[in-house]
Design a protein around this ligand. Structure first.
Ligand SMILES: [Zn+2]
Length: 418
């Protein structure tokens, strides 16, 4: 058995990308999110999936309000860093590099105390810093994003794992935060290093409203004839601006086209088709799904996550899985299709929908092409996503799901979790 059994059509993927781009922004709690949910329900039914339904869950919604960032009195354009504390932080600014272990070691060696300081960080993953920054009692966080063209991207300050019920522990973070642009970061770093005796004084303000809300996963299935299930999943919410066609229009278009292709490729285990909600701001939908279906998790052979599949940019081919056997199978599936991964990462993830499945003991993976420059920004538009590149990459996931559904010996038997 190989990928030839499942063939995704780039034209179908392109059409879905067009339709999702027309719906526009799908930030959790917005009217666009609701429109995307209705669109997916309709597509699931038209595809002939069974048990099509909405699964509601409670989460803590975030509504961006004002943000400001002033350095020695001069304003820098910024966006709120979602789920950080509301209010003001002012004080001496300290540059932390990309806030890796080596950066903290360097600061410690220099006797620099971060307590009460406003830290400035270059990082793709500001949400991974909550623990260390709270421990060190920073006053505030300025996150410099890498988006080209001076665009300020949209990011969350806390992500995974999410609290699933009140009092929503860990939200907001102990400190306020803002995101500034790459050029803004250059200005800031220049001030920091050229001030001489004058310490750089930074003042940030973040306002964002938190309220309890209800979001909905969209769920359907391709009924199987054998026991067990395989879950194929893509999140349908987006970050706060723009049509977010790469993240995650590409995953959604891949999910729908994979569901179509898998329906006509023979029966085995049931394939659950999941369009999850509220991923960008806390992996809430996938975590809620795992929680609601906890007793079924031992029956799930594997979960395949479709998120940020491919764009029009040259980028690395990557496979991420904490499960060595699934990683190996995914790599082999890629090779069989002429899709050779540049990196195969055998690690636990702190981002995206495969994380809660991994933590529930389910072999889970993500096959994607990251390094998209307009990630999480208003620049993530239809013109920058190539349907052929999406189809090629998603075909590896679809073929993997097919293999997992039809070949019970594809993975070693699961040791059931307590
Ligand atoms: Zn995503």
């Amino acid at each position: 058995m190989n990928g030839a059994a499942v063939r995704l059509d780039p034209a179908e993927i392109g059409r879905t990308l067009d339709e999702l781009a027309a719906i526009g922004n799908r930030f959790a709690g917005s009217t666009g999110e609701a429109a995307a949910r209705d669109y997916l329900l309709d597509r699931f039914r038209t595809l002939g999936l069974v048990d099509v339904r909405l699964e509601p869950f409670a989460y803590l919604a975030y509504e961006p309000r004002a943000a400001s960032c002033a350095l020695n009195g001069a304003e820098l354009e910024c966006h709120p860093l979602q789920y950080t504390a509301t209010g003001e932080a002012a004080g001496e600014a300290i540059y932390l590099g990309d806030a890796g272990e080596a950066d903290f070691e360097r600061l410690d060696a220099g006797g620099v105390d971060l307590a009460g300081k406003v830290v400035v960080v270059h990082s793709m993953f500001p949400f991974d810093l909550v623990g260390v920054l709270e421990e060190r009692a920073v006053a505030g966080l300025v996150h410099i994003c890498e988006t080209p063209g001076g665009i300020v991207g949209n990011f969350t300050g806390a992500l995974y794992p999410p609290p699933l019920e009140p009092p929503w522990a860990g939200r907001p973070t102990a400190y306020p935060g803002v995101t500034i642009s790459h050029p803004g970061g250059r200005v800031l770093l220049s001030e920091l290093s050229s001030g001489g005796a004058r310490a750089a004084e930074i003042r940030i303000v973040h306002e964002g409203a938190l309220r309890e809300g209800i979001a909905h996963n969209v769920v359907g299935a391709i009924a199987g004839s054998e026991p067990g299930q395989v879950i194929l999943s893509a999140h349908y919410d987006s970050q706060a601006e723009g049509p977010c066609v790469y993240d995650n229009g590409s995953g959604l278009a891949s999910l729908l086209e994979s569901a179509r292709a898998l329906q006509s490729s023979g029966r085995g285990r049931t394939v659950v088709v999941l369009a999850s909600a509220a991923e960008e701001i806390g992996v809430w939908g996938a975590s809620a799904y795992v929680h609601a279906h906890a007793r079924e998790m031992d029956d799930v052979a594997a979960m395949v996550n479709l998120d940020g599949i491919a764009s029009a940019y040259p980028s690395q081919r990557e496979i991420w899985s904490a499960d060595a056997a699934l990683l190996e199978l995914a790599v082999a599936t890629g090779h069989a299709q002429g899709w050779k991964p540049d990196r195969a990462m055998n690690v636990r993830s702190t981002f995206s929908d495969h994380a809660p499945f991994t933590d529930a003991g389910v072999p889970a993976c993500l096959i994607w092409r990251p390094d998209y420059p307009y990630y999480h920004s208003r620049g993530d538009v239809r013109e920058l996503v190539d349907a052929h590149a999406v189809a090629q990459t998603a075909n590896v996931s679809a073929a993997l799901a097919h293999r997992l559904a039809t070949d019970p010996s594809a993975l070693p038997p699961r040791v059931s979790t307590p």
